[in-house]
Design a protein around this ligand. Structure first.
Ligand SMILES: Nc1ncnc2c1ncn2[C@@H]1O[C@H](COP(=O)(O)OP(=O)(O)O)[C@@H](O)[C@H]1O
Ligand SMILES: [Mg+2]
Length: 275
């Protein structure tokens, strides 16, 4: 089965977890620009900001107010009323910057989140889940139960080590998931292949049973990336003709050409680990 979907046709979304282990490697920057690139191609896309406590998807998509998420978590608001409209035609569910109620998610809240996602699954082609750094149960469940896992890394050893850890934990729980690797912040295209080979060798050396595929790289461009974040305009919109934007196009092509690994369960059972 091909990864290409017919835009605007009613069917269940592919849930794509964007992970990588370490903080600061570019998961959120990737999630937002990848989502916008998919949306530009006519797909219906929602980003779920899984970094509940340190949300910033909303900032990158110029959503400065997320007043209702807390009331959604407490059951006072239905999911329909917390879907926000970001720039670039991307919908967003984000906790935003209202931190008081969010420091610990209880099981009831997690059930509410997963229930909400399963309600809206058939309204989108892709639900991109921007995950938080680190290995915790909520995070691991999000990745384990997604249809696809895009792993963001850079070339730094700390970022690579954290990536192995996440792949090891996930591989222990979910057989056969393909890890679609993106190497971020490269200064030369050749670096991506070198980093990818390093990841493969290490995963083999530690006998972690997993399938890895390099789907692309993103050039390091601190000046323009900072500019796009400060202007709250996604990079691929702000700089349509730019090597970084070109990287996102290639990644999206490779991603769409890839296979779907349908999970076959709804979000409700999945986040609670009952899938
Ligand atoms: N390709 C890139 N070139 C330059 N800076 C980048 C690039 N990708 C990400 N950054 C920067 O790295 C920082 C961390 O990115 P972010 O997406 O928030 O990481 P994460 O979500 O993994 O914690 C941000 O300040 C962002 O500006
Ligand atoms: Mg982030």
């Amino acid at each position: 089965m091909s990864g290409e979907l017919v835009p605007r046709k009613k069917r269940r979304a592919q849930v794509v977890a964007v992970s990588g282990g370490k903080g600061g490697v570019g998961k959120t920057f990737f999630s937002v620009n990848f989502a916008v690139e998919l949306s530009k191609r006519g797909y219906r896309v929602l980003i779920f900001d899984g970094d509940i406590n340190l949300s910033n998807v909303n900032i990158l998509l110029h959503i400065n107010d997320t007043p209702e998420f807390k009331r959604f978590l407490t059951g006072e608001k239905p999911v329909e009323e917390i879907i926000l409209k970001g720039v670039g035609g991307v919908d967003v569910i984000s906790a935003g910057n209202d931190i008081d109620a969010l420091l610990s998610l209880n099981e009831e809240m997690i059930a509410r989140i997963s229930d909400a996602l399963s309600i809206i699954e058939d309204r989108y082609d892709f639900i991109i889940v921007d995950t938080q750094a680190g290995i915790n149960e909520f995070n691991i469940n999000l990745i384990t139960n997604a249809d696809r896992a895009v792993m963001i890394t850079n070339q730094e050893i700390t970022s690579l080590v954290d990536l192995y850890k996440v792949i090891k934990v996930i591989s222990g729980r979910r057989k056969g998931l393909l890890y679609e690797i993106v190497v971020n912040r490269v200064t030369m295209a050749d670096l991506a292949g070198i980093v990818f080979q390093k990841i493969k060798n290490t995963v083999q050396k530690f006998n972690i049973k997993s399938n890895l595929k390099l789907i692309g790289y993103i050039f390091d461009d601190p000046k323009r990336v900072l500019e796009s974040i400060q202007k709250q305009v996604p990079f691929v919109i702000l700089h349509e003709n730019n090597p970084v934007t070109e990287c996102f196009k290639i990644i999206t092509d490779n991603f769409l050409a890839g296979k779907i690994q349908k999970r076959g369960v709804s979000f409700l059972s999945m986040l609670l680990g009952r899938g």
